[in-house]
Write a protein that binds this ligand. Sequence first.
Ligand code: GTP
Length: 599
Amino acid sequence: MLQKFKRNFSIIAHIDHGKSTIADRLLQVTGTVSERDMKAQVLDSMDLEREKGITIKAQAVTLYYDAKDGNRYELNLIDTPGHVDFIYEVSRSLAACEGAILVVDAAQGVEAQTLANVYLALENDLEVVPVINKIDLPAADVDKVKNEIEDVIGLPADDAVLTSAKAGIGIEELLEAIIERIPAPEHQEEGPLKALIFDSHFDDYRGVITYVRVLDGCIKKGDKIKIWSTGKELEILECGVFSPVMKSTGELSSGSVGYIITGVKTIQDTQVGDTITHAKKPCAEPLQGYRPAQSMVYAGLYPISTDDYSDLRDALEKLQLNDASLSFVPETSLALGFGFRCGFLGLLHMEIIVERLRREYNIDLISTSPSVEYRVHMENGSSYTIDNPCEFPEAGSGKKAVEEPFIKGNILVPKDYVGNVMELCQEKRGVFIDMNYIDENRAMITYELPLAEIVIDFYDKLKSRTRGYASFEYEMIGYKESKLVKVDILVSGNPVDAFSFISHADHASSRGRAICEKLKEIIPRQQFEIPIQAALGAKIIARETIRAFRKNVTAKCYGGDITRKKKLLEKQKEGKKRMKQIGNVEIPQEAFVSVLKLN
Ligand code: GTP
């Protein structure tokens, strides 16, 4: 098909504004999926995505639309993830498009995430088509939202398309707007091949499926291609489009979006953002902006039962097949035994992986408190990075300074909650940068914050202190020096490595105390006294004591029948299995979990 009949676009929106529902409608109206196959949210195929109501991976689908001008168009819809953790994937998927549909909820209006994504689209020179969705809602206020789009984003909104994806209103109009307003690709049809990898996934039967957008030239089955960053040469075994299932076409021409299969074994070989060209006649230079996936948040994952260790490794390997941004290396903890140190894009990413391990692979696990990557500078001029509190240099080891990663966060919030948000940011060691009222009701507050403070419970706290009205978006701005210390927790004098954490010096005592108090509640009394202490090196900064006590589970059935006594003792034994022995103290599994929540 000629380039002038192609349109490549993505849909950007704040979470829950209706992106997936609109995508489903487009598939349905263009007959890409039959009514019979129409399952809500075809594009969000993972169960967990469906449940959490979020889009995790970018996906693509090709639609054919017979427009009012009598021509047939090829529309390539690239679905983008909606969460800040996946911002790099969003930016790469946007680079595969000429236009973007900006979906704004008619009742909620513009949100922080909407802004972040629109700026990304504008940076990529995309034509943005505003769509106001959910016009069926009683609370919909189209004029107000139009004003917001104009004032806050600075896009003309007079000709915004009005839709109700739920009721199927405005979908034809949207398709026509895509054709009229989004420019057709303009590349060199004959030139040396230049194609962008914008996603990839591992299919159990077919191997790695790589999602590409062809710019110049054309990919054909049998071609020998080269991956720019690695120089690896591969043969195209198959290529085609998603409509919505894979359909082999034998060729992908200039301006098209589709998939290639090359027989590579892992998606690490075809990373998002990389350039593909012909091995024999390569293009002169690669596409801009490629960077390998990078973890931001680290945590140890430990199986509760040591028997599950090899299962956990297999499961992580499988998940990694589909997720180039997940990394893991074996690690051992005195308290938790054998496990893996894993790297994630962010906290949501971590939650999703842990949940999938539990659900899809049936592995019960404990995760240690999430940590970021710190840079340690030594007196002798050397420096290194650590992502595990256990590696933190001890006092007297010649440490000069420790740096931690900082982010710039934008929080959009109704004016009544401005005070609460600022209070929270201050508690989290934030540095105030700026505040602007975007309309009479809402303010955009900008803070610089340490990433470590964000990864634990910032979202949750932000939500609860603003009754869910705040939206948040952030970008990394680099490393800065902080007064950081490692706090150890000792149970009966023994340090429990899984409880150790890195903290700002000013927060060390209060956090240490909170953990000691929590452990006192959770660790059952035993026959001897158990001191629980928080320590900075050799200095104890907090202490609680669990008094001695013998739990006699059979006490309440004196004289009673022996089988009942046995049962109770059995039960106690079972309970003990779920404890970790630290020195002479048994710590229940739940202690590890609840301490994480405290941090
Ligand atoms: P993420 O995948 O998390 O980014 O969300 P999304 O933007 O894809 O939102 P989704 O399509 O999942 O819709 C969120 C919710 O809004 C769902 O419960 C939809 O049923 C509902 N919804 C979508 N469009 C409309 C609409 O036009 N009217 C009404 N009333 N509800 C809608």
